[in-house]
Every structure is written in C-alpha cells, then in structure tokens.
Design a protein around this ligand. Structure first.
Ligand SMILES: Nc1ncnc2c1ncn2[C@@H]1O[C@H](COP(=O)(O)OP(=O)(O)OP(=O)(O)O)[C@@H](O)[C@H]1O
Length: 348
C-alpha cells in the first residue's frame, strides 16, 4: 500500500495463488482505480527484519520510553535521553499544498513501546504528518528518520530501516468486491510465496486477534462499521510468519473510531491497546505492535488508547504531555480544545 500526493496504491486484481497479480491500482480520493505496473514502484508495507540488540527478546525496549514525558512541556523532545529506542523522528517537517502551508516545522520522536495520540483542530495537518511518516507523502523541508536512518524517498525506504510501518485508514479502505479473507490476506497473496492454505490459516489467526471469527467469506458490505475497522486492523497486522526475522512494527491509525457509536469505539480502542506489545490480543497472545500513533478527535480514544499526546496547531507541535495532563493543562490552547469552548486562542 503506497500513496503519493493523496493517492493510495493497492494491488488491483482479486488475489489468487495461481495468478499473482503483477499490477497495482491507484485508488484516488474518489475511490476510482487505474492500473500501474507493479515494477514501477515496489509495494512495501510489511517487511520483516530483526530488531536491533537494544530490544529485549519479548520485544520490549531496554529503555523506559516514558520517563521523558512525565510532565508536559512545549519543547518537542528531551534531547538528553538515550536515542537508541527512537523508532521514528520528524525533524522540522514542512508541507504545503499549493498556497496552503499546512506543516510549518513539526518535530517529535516516537520511541519503542510508545502509544501516542496526535490531536489538534481540524485541518491542522494530523493526517498529513501520518502520511509523511508512512512514506506516502514527502516533506517539502525537514527530515523523517526511521530508526535513525533518514528517509530519502517514499515508502521503499522502510525496507532499508527494518521497520514495518502500517497505516490504518479512517475509512477502513476495504475492497468491496473481495471477501474478508481476500482483504486481510491481500499482501500475502501478492507478495509472499505462502500457499492459499497457509494464508487462510494466517487470516483466521489475525481475525481472531481482533476478535472476529467465521467472517472470512463475507463481503465488506455484510459487516458493520466497527467490524470493517477490525478487518482493516487484521489486514494491517498480518505478516508472513514463515520468515525467520522478528520485525518491530509501528501502526499509524487515522481516526480509528470516527463514526462509531461509543461502545463500538471502546471495542476498537481496547483492540488497539491489545495489539500493542504491552497488551494481549483477543486470542490471548502478546500483541505484535511495537509502537503506535493514533490521530483522533475522540476524548474516549485519547483517554483509553494512548499514553502520550502531541498537540498540533497551526502547523507546529504546541504541546506534548502524558494523557492525564490533557485535562489539567494550563496551556490555553489545550484547555480550549479539551473543553470544546468557543473562547480561546483557537479560531475557527
Ligand atoms: N493531497 C492534498 N492536496 C491538497 N490539499 C490537501 C491534501 N491533503 C491534505 N490537504 C489539505 O491539508 C489540510 C490538512 O489536512 P489533514 O487531513 O492533514 O488535516 P487534519 O488535521 O487531519 O484534519 P481533520 O482533523 O479534519 O481530519 C487540509 O486543509 C486539507 O484540505
């Protein structure tokens, strides 16, 4: 799954072992497709490379990732801290669309083991920064480092850095004409040499991890909104487990609970937690996600699904803090956003 300038690339044809597609489709903002030769651009969402030695065997970091964020602060990062567990760093990132200057010097770090929320008013560039981290957009200025290696191009760079980065779209972005099995196993049908049976087994396992069983043969239209999001999560976490390497993975969630009722939101929030290495998935296994970032507007998601918050406003990080500080902060921007007040520095 690769996107450039707002277009998302997906393999186009229905996956089948006998005829692995050599084409990818470009899904534009209006969900229309056109074909593109796969060889023009490699599709990399899940590459499996061993973690560096500073990760413990259980996948957790040897370094306590949260110590530097015990108190809120405006400066994006604590530079005195050990850098060895930094998975992603945005350094002074700028991005404009035409005359719209969206990101104007965004800097932050995501460390191994972190669960981070990115919040801020609408249109402030939250989804844009996720796409830049995922390698779907390139910054106009500034750098993104993936495990200390500067991203030079777009998504292919992940392969060099040994970090799988998955982006879970707000809309779930499932293929309507494919079954749940084909949607979840999509990249494996396309990119692995696993047999259909092996892929089916992995699909069932990953659906179980998100609390879904027996839905493999259904079409997306036969699922509720919450189920679709869970299928999208299963698709994000599935990988070829016959490869020997253990891969750390970062998941980027773009408004995962938007449009869900409060209970369905809670289900998805808990699911996000359970997929994290500090959690346990629905089938009782430890989660596989090393770190994740959630873009959200929902208070419940802020409270339930993340430990640390990054507040974007007018193209910059204006506040960072642990989740508990969000409602007690004396920062007027944060206070206004947390209370939903019309009075304050944020103007609509
Ligand atoms: N590919 C693009 N081309 C032109 N403008 C874009 C593109 N992508 C985003 N924008 C614009 O950039 C701005 C920031 O968009 P973005 O989706 O990152 O904001 P956001 O903070 O995630 O907003 P929201 O909370 O409403 O989802 C918006 O004004 C949007 O219209």
């Amino acid at each position: 799954m690769v996107s450039i300038s707002g277009s998302v690339f997906f393999p186009l044809t229905v996956p089948s072992c006998s005829s692995r597609s050599r084409k990818v489709a470009v899904l534009d903002a209006h969900n229309s497709f056109f074909c593109k030769k796969r060889d023009q651009r490699r599709i990399v969402v899940c590459n499996c490379i061993a973690p560096p030695p500073y990760f413990k065997s259980d996948g957790s970091s040897a370094v306590n990732s949260n110590d530097s964020f015990r108190s809120e602060h405006l400066s994006p990062d604590n530079d005195d801290k050990d850098e060895s567990d930094v998975l992603i760093e945005c350094r002074n990132v700028y991005k404009s669309f035409g005359e719209k200057h969206i990101l104007r010097g965004v800097s932050f770090k995501i460390r191994h083991g972190e669960a981070v929320g990115v919040i801020g008013p609408s249109g402030t560039g939250k989804s844009t920064i996720l796409k830049i981290i995922a390698g779907l957009l390139s910054p106009d200025k500034g750098e993104v480092y993936i495990r200390g290696r500067k991203r030079v191009g777009l998504i292919d760079d992940e392969e060099l850095s040994g970090l799988r980065i998955g982006l879970v779209f707000q809309s779930a972005a499932l293929f309507d004409s494919l079954t749940v099995r084909q949607n979840v196993g999509f990249l494996l049908y396309e990119n692995s040499s696993l047999s259909e049976d092996q892929i089916s087994e992995l699909v069932a396992e990953n659906l179980a991890a998100v609390g879904l069983k027996g839905v493999e043969d259904r079409l997306p239209s036969e699922l509720s909104g919450g189920m679709k999001k869970r299928v999208a999560l299963a698709r994000s976490i599935i990988f070829d487990n016959t490869r020997k390497e253990i891969e750390p993975e970062v998941l980027l969630y773009d408004e995962p609970t938007a449009g869900l009722d409060p209970i369905a939101s809670t289900v998805v929030e808990d699911l996000i937690r359970s997929l994290h290495i500090k959690g346990e998935d629905a089938s009782g296994k430890p989660g596989k996600i090393a770190s994740y970032i959630v873009v959200t507007h929902q208070h419940s998601t802020i409270r339930r699904a993340v430990d640390r918050l990054i507040f974007l406003y007018e193209g910059k990080v204006v506040w960072q803090g642990i989740t508990d500080e969000f409602t007690t902060s004396t920062n007027p921007i944060v206070q206004q956003f947390a209370s939903g007040s019309l009075d304050g520095p944020i103007r609509y």
